[in-house]
Design a protein around this ligand. Structure first.
Ligand code: ATP
Length: 214
């Protein structure tokens, strides 16, 4: 029997992708014995694109591709960026599962991101379809999961609900970096060396991204 591939889907705005993303992806890849972490940059409604400090879909995709270059354990897809209209995780997960029946997927997200799960499109169906792996994050309490999904029964770092795949809490080494902080630093003319991969740093500078005054 052919072995099944194990892939974790990592969705996010990636505005821009940073060392925090790469660090957690690498850590989860190793600790959970995955074949691949698939980065899925989120689409953004056209009326929001190019406004404020949100880089265009092309720029965000390009930065992720630069950051992942040379790492066979990581991949990126423009699935959500190509889609017309609102881009729901439900659609992304359903599409990937249908397109890759030989793969076991899990959905990877930070503790801050699970906090809003109850407002996601078809959230209960989504939790019934795919295992969620929630990574600890320095600025978000460890117990957020229990508070947000009290109907789940904790069993160590696994959270169970009859008839649904488990939710897993994964402790990752704290890396107190966020895209918000990186954008702030750039807009203040401060360096982001070490916070984003060098190729991404060069791309941001060449394209003048996030820098309103320079
Ligand atoms: P922003 O500051 O703009 O909200 P972000 O740094 O949180 O952005 P996202 O693109 O929203 O980046 O992140 C994608 C996913 O990675 C989310 O699920 C987020 O919770 C998680 N994530 C990002 N940075 C970290 C980190 N340092 N530690 C753990 N998880 C993280």
């Amino acid at each position: 029997m052919a072995t099944r591939l194990k892939t974790a889907i990592l969705g996010g705005t990636f505005n821009p992708v940073h060392m925090g993303h790469l660090g957690i992806a690498e850590e989860v890849l190793q600790s959970q014995g995955l074949d691949r972490v698939l980065f899925v940059p989120a689409g953004v409604p056209p009326w929001k694109a190019g406004r404020g400090d949100l880089a265009s879909a092309e720029d965000r995709l390009h930065m992720v591709a630069l950051a992942l270059e040379g790492n066979p354990g990581f991949g990126v897809t423009d699935l959500e960026l190509r889609r017309e209209g609102p881009s729901y995780t439900w659609d992304t997960v359903s599409f990937l599962m249908e397109a890759h029946p030989d793969t076991d997927f899990s959905f990877l997200l930070g503790m801050d991101a699970i906090a809003g799960i109850r407002s996601w499109h078809r959230w209960e169906s989504l939790l019934s379809k795919i295992s969620f792996w929630v990574m600890t994050r320095p600025d978000t309490p460890f117990e957020t999961l229990e508070r947000v999904l009290p109907e789940y029964v904790p069993a160590g770092d696994r959270f169970l609900y009859p008839g649904r795949p488990e939710i897993r809490r994964i402790s990752v080494s704290p890396l107190a970096v966020s895209a918000t902080e990186i954008r702030r630093r750039i807009s203040e003319g401060r360096s982001v060396t070490g916070l984003v991969p060098e190729a991404v740093c060069d791309y941001i500078r060449d394209r003048g991204l996030y820098c309103h005054a320079c």
